[in-house]
Every structure is written in C-alpha cells, then in structure tokens.
Design a protein around this ligand. Structure first.
Ligand code: NAP
Length: 296
C-alpha cells in the first residue's frame, strides 16, 4: 500500500482563501484591516526571500503591510525603539522580526520586547506559557500548521499515540504541547524524542502519528514506522549541492520507503513548508480581531 499524500500546498491555499474572505468582511463591516510589519536587519539573501514571501502573502490577503528593512549595523537600542514604535502603532497588529539577527544584537531581548498581543510568531514567553496552560492565543506557526494539516486531512488525534522526533522550541516542544491539550484537534498521548532518547525505534514504532523535526536526512527510515501510521515530515535539508549552488531539498524521513508503510504522509517540499506563512497570516487576522474587540 502506498500512502496518500497530504498536500500542504492545497491545505494552505484553502486556509488563505478563508482568510481572504474574512479580511474582506472585517474591512467592509468593521473597518478593520489586519496590519503586519516584517522587520529585516541586514541583507542576508535567505532572510530577504522569507520576508518577501510573507509580504507578498499579506498583500494578496488584503492586509495593511509594512516591510521595514534596517542596516546590519543598527544598534540593539535602535532596534528596541523601533519595536516599541510598532507596539504602539494601532494600524499594526502583528510584528515579525526575521531571524537570525546580527551577532551584536541579543535575539531574545528583541523578541521579548514585542508586545505579546502582537507576537504573531508565538515565541514570546507569555504566549509560550499560555499555550502550556491551555490558554494559548497564538500558536507558533509551523506547529500550528502541522495541527491544521492533521485536522483538515481528517486524522483523529484524540486518543492517538503521537511521537515527535525533536524537542526544539520552534517545532518539537510546541507541537507536543499543542497536541496534548484537552481540546478539539488534540487530546493525544505524546512522546517527545531527541538525541539522548534510548532505543528511539521502540518509540517511533508505537506512533499512530509520527512527527519528525530532527533536521537530518533519513533520521526516520521505514523500519522505524508502524504500518498505517500518519507521517508528518517537518525537515528541510539541502543535499548534493552542486558547484553552481543547486541542491536537492529533502525532509527528515526516507520518503520513498516510508510511503510504502504509512497511510498518509507529507512530502518535502510541498508539505509542512507552505503552512508556516499561512498560519502567520491566520495569527495576524486573529490579532486584528482581538485589537478590535471582536475576539477574546
Ligand atoms: P533543531 O533546533 O536543530 O532541533 C532538532 C531536534 O531534533 C533536536 O531536539 C535534536 O535533539 C533532535 N534530533 C536531531 N537528530 C535526531 C535523531 N537522529 N534522532 C532523534 N532526535 C534527533 O531543529 P528545528 O528548528 O526543530 O528544525 C527541525 C527541522 O525542521 C529542520 O530541518 C528545519 O529546517 C525544519 N523546519 C521547517 C520548517 C518549515 O516551515 N517547514 C520550520 C521550522 C523548521 P537534541 O535536542 O538532543 O539535540
């Protein structure tokens, strides 16, 4: 049996369509236009491309959006003042600081300066803590996207054994925390694995839903997967770089072999990746509704 492919591209397009309609409604009925600022420090090409993708999507959805680019030698104090300005700007509901920042700037100090109400990335300790106690307003975008992929593919999480490979603050821990909540689209029994886990295979083989965010090609091979499991591959690895700078994009899962055992699987590219920007837009619409008193 070959697994059915979960297309993140299709699910993301569906959510964006819903958001576009919601933004039109908010603008026409309540004069509320979701506002997003993306702050880019320096000229790193990868960061430029991520930020322009976010700006393009925000514009397509009818947001008010600002791209604020600062030179790489901006002082930490100047950057903190800039964030303070956007914290107090009523047209801005979401603030995104593109990482990484130059070495002379303390990233955490900058991220923690963002008003938690405008922290649409969901990385502020206030939002991380709220997620932990089941009062989360903004879930971090990649794990939130994974939950949406599961829900919209009809995967039952309640009572399922979920095994997460990886325990980073941006993927492994938050997706574990989201899926263990006493809530719809969650209620799972979650195990988190990492490089110090003993006999990782004994855990992954139990998984009804296996989520892999290790950052290593073939971290999960077919012998580690239960027949009929749902496999979500978060990894993005560039392999076989040519002298011209071209590389193949692969995930963390040995896709060709694992798809013969899984019931559902996400591809790389086209799986989790397209969901991340979409959930950033979702969080920004939510922030705008919250600021307008339309949502608690
Ligand atoms: P990370 O910070 O490097 O964390 C990797 C985690 O995986 C660590 O907890 C590590 O364990 C664990 N790990 C690594 N190799 C392992 C192995 N062989 N067995 C068990 N555990 C292992 O990475 P991340 O930021 O979470 O990202 C993970 C992957 O997802 C990367 O490829 C990244 O590019 C991708 N990603 C994609 C998106 C997207 O939008 N599609 C977003 C974010 C990340 P230790 O803690 O013990 O070191």
């Amino acid at each position: 049996m070959s697994a059915k492919i979960i297309s993140g591209k299709d699910v993301a397009a569906q959510i964006r369509e819903e958001l576009r309609a919601e933004v039109m409604d908010l603008t026409s009925k309540y004069n509320v236009k979701p506002g997003l600022v993306t702050i880019l420090v320096g000229e790193d090409p990868a960061s430029q491309s991520y930020v322009s993708g976010k700006q393009k999507t925000a514009k397509e959805l009818g947001f008010f959006s600002i791209q604020d680019t600062q030179s790489a030698d901006i002082s930490e104090d100047m950057l903190l003042s800039l964030i303070d300005k956007y914290n107090h700007d009523p047209k801005i509901h979401g603030i995104l600081v593109q990482l990484p920042l130059p070495k002379h700037i303390n990233e955490n100090k900058v991220l923690y300066a963002i008003d938690p109400d405008k922290d649409v990335d969901g990385f502020h300790p206030v939002n991380v803590g709220k997620l932990m106690i089941g009062e989360g307003r903004y879930f971090p975008c990649t794990p939130f996207g994974i939950q949406q992929l599961l829900i919209r593919s009809g995967v039952k999480t309640e009572g399922s054994e979920v095994v997460v490979v990886g325990r980073s603050n941006i993927v492994g821990k938050p997706i574990s925390m989201i899926l263990v909540q006493k809530a719809a689209g969650a209620n799972a029994t979650v195990t988190m694995c990492h490089t110090k886990t003993k006999d990782i295979k004994s855990h992954t083989l139990r998984a009804d839903i296996l989520i892999v965010a290790a950052g290593r090609p073939k971290a999960v091979t077919a012998d580690m997967v239960k027949e009929g499991a749902v496999v979500i591959d978060v990894g993005v690895n560039r392999i076989g770089m040519t002298p011209e700078g071209k590389a193949k994009l692969v995930g963390d899962v040995d896709f060709d072999a694992v798809k013969e055992k899984a019931s559902l699987i996400t591809p790389v590219p086209g799986g989790v990746g397209p969901m991340t920007i979409t959930m950033l837009m979702y969080n920004t619409v939510k922030a705008a509704k919250f600021a307008a008193g339309l949502e608690k």
